[in-house]
Design a protein around this ligand. Sequence first.
Ligand SMILES: [Zn+2]
Length: 638
Amino acid sequence: MTEPKDATPVTAEINRAAVAKYAMNDRTDFTDAERGLIAELPEKMYTKDGQLMRDGSLTSYITDDAPCPDTVNPALWRQSQVLRRQGLFKVVDGLYQVRIVMQVTIVDAPDGLVIIDTGDNVDLAEASMDLFRKETGNEKPVVAVIYTHTHFDHYGGVKGIIDEADVLSGKIPIVAPGTIESFNKHAIGENVITGNAMSRRMGYTFGVLLPRCDCGLVSVGLGSADAGMYTNFSYIPPTDPVTKTGEKRMLGGWEFEFLYAPDTEAPEEMHIWIPAINALTCAENANHAMHNIQTIRGARTRDARNFARYLDETLVRWGDKVEVHFGPHTWPVWGNEKVIQFLEDQRDMYKFIYDQSLRLANQGLTPLEAAEILDLPQDIGKKWYNRYYHGGLHHNVRAVFHKELGFWDGDPATILPLLPADNAKRHTDLIGRDKILATGRAAIDEGDYRWAVQILHHLVFTDPDDSEARDLQADAYEQLGYQQEVPQYRGLFLCAAKELRNGVATEGQLNTDSLDTILAMPIDLLFDFAGVHLNGPAADSAGLAIRVNWTFTGTGDDQPWTMWIRGGVLNARPGHAKGAQLTLASSKPALAQVLLNPSNATELISQLDVDAEGDTGVLTELAKVTDTFDPHFNLITP
Ligand SMILES: [Zn+2]
């Protein structure tokens, strides 16, 4: 195991000089982030069966007066210091937050508690509620849950807060943006259908594969780095959809008003106004950070114009009354003037990214060229809440191109390029390994790390076992990582260095496609998920032609579906069809397991009480062409 290296003198100098770019004297966030603290979190938090889920000692070296290490960008170091303020906070009368990495907001309405977002983790959500009840003595029941948007860190903890039975019986509503179908589709679509790819990329970009130290993960920008080592995601589909701006609900005796803001930070998202306490949340569309227009963990590209549009609509609607803004990550903003300034600056930051990217596109620049020259305007660029703590300007500019113009950058040479490994080998043959190595080494000596990464890429992709090239490229990635303000760039560069030196890292890997989420999938998505597991070319060359009828029981009326595979393609639609070789009937969770694990179908059918009529041999045929996904696939080698 090769350990991380120190910053080179070049990196140390770049990080020291960077302070001139930032408003280092503005320390407002340090006090705001601890305003209203009732109780800090216990340093170590465990699940009921003893698994460690938060360890504050991992980041305890990031004290307020600790000087910025040479291995960390000073703006990122500062945000990591602020983010260590965690615990139970009273935001204003009637509004509390438990801030860990993903926070739970508790509205103490007259007739009960309304929970806004649950965090990602059942056990942490439960611990958050326990802490709130213990410290405040508040024993009111939870009467409603609100999901602000479709990301797992906002609904994953729900079963730690309420029982699903109370949702199914109608006792506790779950209010969420978009139709229920759309919310389910996007919640699960983002996190399950592409879950394996996204989880692997998330391991890199969130730096969860890294050690917690000043040579590794210091914070994720929106939250500190001392939780997230243990995951337990749950899902309960929403029951009460908000599809129009201006919709209101009475929850716990208070009115809640919603601004529907789709296609922003998530495909379905909404802002919430609580008039009784003049409190507003713009969910994740306003944060103490620039957010992602394209998250590099992988998700659909977002609309920067919509961020700006809905923030401005929010200002028009509630700007004259708002006294506090609270978010699902980071800390609140208090006072009418400050909230307005905050929302205006965030709006303008997103509007600038959108407008200027497309101005440059219309001038004929490629995404990379535009990303390289754009910088935020001076005034809004100095605001800490506009800094690159989640998104980064460089990839957000490219994301606007992607959203509006598609993936092609406009250079004919990139529409049918050689594969990276082939391209690398031809360059290596042309230039010669020795010359490339020498060039890479010289680039590192000069601190030209971006060039070093590019040139050495040819050698690593020509021969992934070339340890001399790997080690050199790791050194270059590492120094680049140490210089990044964007925690996700830091994470992926440092993970690349780690895996180049030590092989694929598996410890700490997150998985968003939890069993609970999969089992909660609507039936049509379940078949979509089966479709992306089908090895189409193999099914095609095997001439596989099967049809299975399914009866999903136990949720009111039975739901019949038919699924067929022909010519390497899986399709499904409601209703049974003639000519099925097999008909299966059982609950959705049971059938889901059979569908997604056809190789264990025989056992599952008997264990889960599935009624099977016909030839179960078709499931054996299906198993032969069903792929399993490797959660640790290569990123830094072909
Ligand atoms: Zn989030």
